[in-house]
Design a protein around this ligand. Structure first.
Ligand code: NCD
Length: 354
C-alpha cells in the first residue's frame, strides 16, 4: 500500500481500500495476533475540537496494536493557546511521534499540517470539510453487512452542508459501481456546490430532496446525521433547523428489510431510541468497526519511513474565499490551488477559486 498520509478519502484507490479491508478482517478474526505488532511505536493524538468516538477509537486501536499514545483533547492547555502556529506544533510533535492523528476546526487543516510533518498524518476531521476515517468505518460496515460495495441506493439525511462525514462518504462511494445518492436535506443545509460539482464531474447519480419519508422505501442504506450546531454562524438559524428530521420506528415500516440505518454518532434527536432495537440499526456496530479499521490504518501507515518535509515557501496572496479555510487563520501558508474536473479549487479546503 502506497499512501503516506490520510488527508482526504479521494486520495485512496479501490485497490488500497481492498487491501486495508482485508487486513481489517484479519484483525477482527484474530485480534491477539496483532497485539504486539506496533510495540515501541508512538501515536500523537491532537484534538483541537471535541470528540469521543474518533479520539477513543484511535487511542484504543493503537493500544490494541501494542503501541502507545500521547496528546491532548483540549487545545486550551497547549501552546496553540499561546499563539503557536499549526506548522510549528506539527514540526515539534512529528519529531516525537511516529504517526499523528489530528482533528481541527479549520477546513483544510490536515492538508496544511501534512506539509510540515516528518511522519504520516491522519485527518480525524477538519471543520465541516472531510472525515476520511469515519468513511473507512462506514465502508467497513457496508462491506461486512452486504459482502461488497456496489449497486446501492444510499440516502444521506440531515446536515449535508456542514456534515464532513457525508462529504467524505460521497467521495469514497463514488469510486464504487452503480451508487445512487438521495440527498435529503433542508435547502439551507444542502450539499455544498463543490461536492455537487464533484459528483457531476464523476458522472454520479444523485437527487436532492427535502422529504425523508418518501425516500425511505427506495433505500439500501440510510445514513442519518446530526445538525452540526457548532458550525452555524447564526445560532438562530440552528434553532430554526434543529429537529428537522427524526427517524422513528414507524417511519421504518416502509423500509426494505435489508436496509442499513447508519449514523456516525453522536446522535442528538435525529434517530428515536425506539429504532435502536431494530436489526437494521447498525450505528453502534459501525463505531466498533471503526476501531478495527483504524487498527488496520495505523498498522499500515506506521510502516512508512520518517521523511523530513520539503521546505515550504511561506505566504503569498490569499486566494480562497472560504471564511472557514485554514489559510484564513494561518497566514504563512502558501495559497496552493489544484485543477480538477470541477475547475480550480483551493488545495486545502476544496472551495472553488475564481
Ligand atoms: C462525526 C464528526 O465528528 O464529524 N462524529 C464522529 O467522528 N463519529 C459526526 C458528528 O459530530 O456529528
Amino acid at each position: 500500500m502506497d499512501i503516506r498520509n490520510l488527508i482526504s478519502i479521494e486520495d485512496v484507490s479501490v485497490q488500497w481500500w481492498d487491501e486495508l479491508y482485508a487486513l481489517c478482517c484479519e484483525i477482527i478474526a484474530d485480534p491477539a495476533a496483532f497485539a504486539e505488532s506496533c510495540r515501541g511505536k508512538v501515536m500523537a493524538s491532537l484534538f483541537f475540537e471535541p470528540s469521543t468516538r474518533t479520539n477513543f477509537s484511535f487511542q484504543t486501536a493503537m493500544m490494541r496494536l501494542g503501541g502507545s499514545v500521547f496528546g491532548f483533547s483540549d487545545p486550551s492547555a497547549t501552546s496553540s493557546a499561546k499563539g503557536e502556529t499549526l506548522a510549528d506544533t506539527i514540526r515539534m510533535v512529528s519529531s516525537y511521534a511516529d504517526v499523528i492523528v489530528m482533528r481541527n476546526p479549520r477546513e483544510g487543516a490536515a492538508m496544511a499540517a501534512s506539509l510540515y510533518s516528518e511522519v504520516p498524518l491522519i485527518n480525524a476531521g477538519d471543520g465541516g470539510h472531510m472525515h476520511p476515517t469515519q468513511t473507512l468505518a462506514d465502508l467497513t460496515t457496508i462491506s461486512r453487512k452486504f459482502g461488497s460495495i456496489g449497486n446501492l441506493n444510499v440516502g444521506l439525511c440531515g446536515d449535508l452542508k456542514y456534515g464532513r462525514t457525508v462529504h467524505s462518504l460521497v467521495l469514497a462511494l463514488s469510486k464504487f459501481p452503480n451508487i445512487s445518492f438521495h440527498l435529503i436535506a433542508p435547502r439551507d443545509l444542502a450539499m455544498p456546490e463543490y461536492m455537487l460539482a464533484y459528483m457531476r464531474a464523476h458522472g454520479q447519480k444523485y437527487i436532492e430532496i427535502t422529504n425523508l419519508e418518501s425516500a425511505i422505501p427506495n433505500l439500501d442504506v440510510l445514513y442519518m446525521t446530526r445538525i452540526q450546531r457548532e458550525r452555524f454562524i447564526d445560532p438562530l438559524e440552528y434553532e430554526r433547523l434543529k429537529g428537522v428530521y427524526v427517524l422513528t420506528r414507524r417511519k421504518l415500516e416502509r423500509a426494505k428489510e435489508h436496509m442499513l440505518v447508519m449514523h456516525p454518532l453522536p446522535r442528538v434527536d435525529e434517530i428515536a431510541t425506539d429504532v435502536d432495537a431494530d436489526p437494521r440499526a447498525v450505528y453502534f456496530e459501525q463505531a466498533r468497526f471503526g476501531m478495527f479499521i483504524r487498527m488496520a490504518l495505523l498498522y499500515t501507515l506506521l510502516r512508512q519511513p520518517r521523511i523530513p518535509p520539503a521546505w515550504v515557501e511561506p505566504g503569498g496572496e490569499r486566494v480562497c474565499k472560504n471564511p472557514s479555510c485554514v489559510t484564513k487563520f494561518e497566514p504563512y501558508l502558501p495559497p496552493l490551488t489544484k485543477k480538477t474536473d470541477a475547475g480550480e479549487q483551493c488545495a486545502y479546503c476544496d472551495m472553488a477559486v475564481d
